[in-house]
Design a protein around this ligand. Structure first.
Ligand SMILES: *Cc1c(COP(=O)(O)O)cnc(C)c1O
Length: 360
């Protein structure tokens, strides 16, 4: 069942439901099957919006240092992780990066909020100079996941929303990793009380059961494409855009969120695991222990370039599947994790750290 020119009940139900729970104003849904495609759709739509609006010079994109937005060429061009990017550098369009508000980069004594606002100052200077040729700012709200679980203060989001509005630049929120409760609220943007112009969702959308992604946007963006002239329309579709079975899986997952009060239950889980993890936070081989909702991360004190591989192998022998990003170890447990599994996670992590300490 292709969505081009047709519709079906699951996609209508899902779109209406997403519009109800998403930050205000995001009433339109455009579907694909993976996160990278959702990002590509936001980029193409933003670019095409400005063209339709008679502002053809607004073609550039700005993103945060150390961000990650996917593997396809447009998404990869926005990302800032050289390991994934450098081989393909000559294929990628040029994008700009502004400093990441990741609290680990703060000066000693500077709190996360002050640091976030200082970074927003750098964004302001960038937009001041380049807004006329900038289509959108793209960022991962609150947690930069693949780049090492860098967490930052919501003040950065509030300020970037203001700056994007002032300078007429779209704000694209890539909540592919953090959407659907990962940071404690349904969407991370809620914690800054902002609504982006585009919201990209995937991973948690179908609870991981079937491939599905969506790019949500506003009436203003939708309206710019509503025209009899076909080239003003958004000519983009994928074979599996809005696949009915995948939409049903997403609806079933949203039912569970409601009926089982998953976000409330997760608040208890967050407290419980954070308490249990105190010995990890205090471990001499651990720096920057941090938590946001259902994400925990810390940086191991090590100079071993093979730390990640060694930690992964050692953790497996303690029944844990942990895949550090460089020296950053993180937990993103499923929302059904119980007390026993939390205890196993903490004790296995401590044993793994101790086993590697003699080694690194
Ligand atoms: C995983 C991820 C993507 C890419 O999604 P895929 O489904 O792997 O293409 C994009 N952005 C963020 C923040 C992600 O975590």
């Amino acid at each position: 069942m292709i969505l081009a020119g047709f519709t079906h009940e699951p996609v209508v139900q899902l779109s209406e439901r997403l519009a109800r729970i998403a930050p205000a104003g995001l009433g339109h849904c455009f579907y694909a099957a993976d996160g990278s495609s959702a990002v590509e759709i936001a980029l193409k739509m933003s670019f095409h919006y400005w063209r339709n609006a008679g502002r053809p010079h607004k073609t550039g994109f700005v993103s945060l240092a150390n961000g990650y937005h996917g593997e396809t060429l447009g998404a990869l061009a926005l990302g800032d992780i050289s390991l994934f990017k450098r081989t393909y550098a000559s294929l990628l369009t040029r994008t700009s990066q502004v400093p990441s508000p990741d609290g680990r980069n703060a000066e000693p004594g500077e709190n996360d909020e002050a640091f976030a606002l200082r970074c927003a100052g750098a964004l302001e200077r960038h937009l001041e100079a380049h807004h006329a040729e900038t289509a959108a700012l793209v960022l991962e709200p609150l947690v930069q996941c693949a780049g090492g679980m860098g967490m930052y203060h919501p003040a950065y989001l509030r300020r970037s929303r203001e700056l994007c509005s002032r300078y007429e630049v779209h704000l694209i929120a890539d909540e592919i990793a953090v959407g659907f409760g990962r940071t404690g609220t349904m969407f991370a943007c809620e914690q800054a009380q902002i609504a982006p112009d585009f919201l990209c969702l995937s991973k948690g959308l179908s609870a991981g059961y079937l491939p599905l992604s969506v790019t949500m946007t506003t009436d203003a963006v939708y309206g710019a494409f509503w025209d009899d002239e076909v080239t003003r329309g958004f000519l983009h579709s994928h074979s599996y855009s809005g696949n009915p079975l995948a939409c049903r899986a997403a609806l079933a997952s949203l039912d569970i969120f409601e009926h089982d009060s998953v976000l409330d239950a997760n608040r208890r889980r967050t407290r419980e695991l954070t308490d249990l993890a105190a010995p990890i936070r205090e471990h001499p081989g651990v720096r920057h222990f941090r938590n946001n909702g259902m994400i925990w991360a810390f940086d191991a004190v090590t100079a071993d370039p093979h730390f990640s591989r060694k930690f992964f192998r050692e953790a497996l022998s303690h029944e844990l599947l942990l895949r550090p990003l460089g020296s950053t170890v993180y937990f993103m447990p499923p929302y059904v994790i119980g007390r026993d599994e939390m205890e196993l996670l903490v004790s296995g992590t401590l044993r793994t750290l101790d086993a590697l300490r003699g080694d690194t």
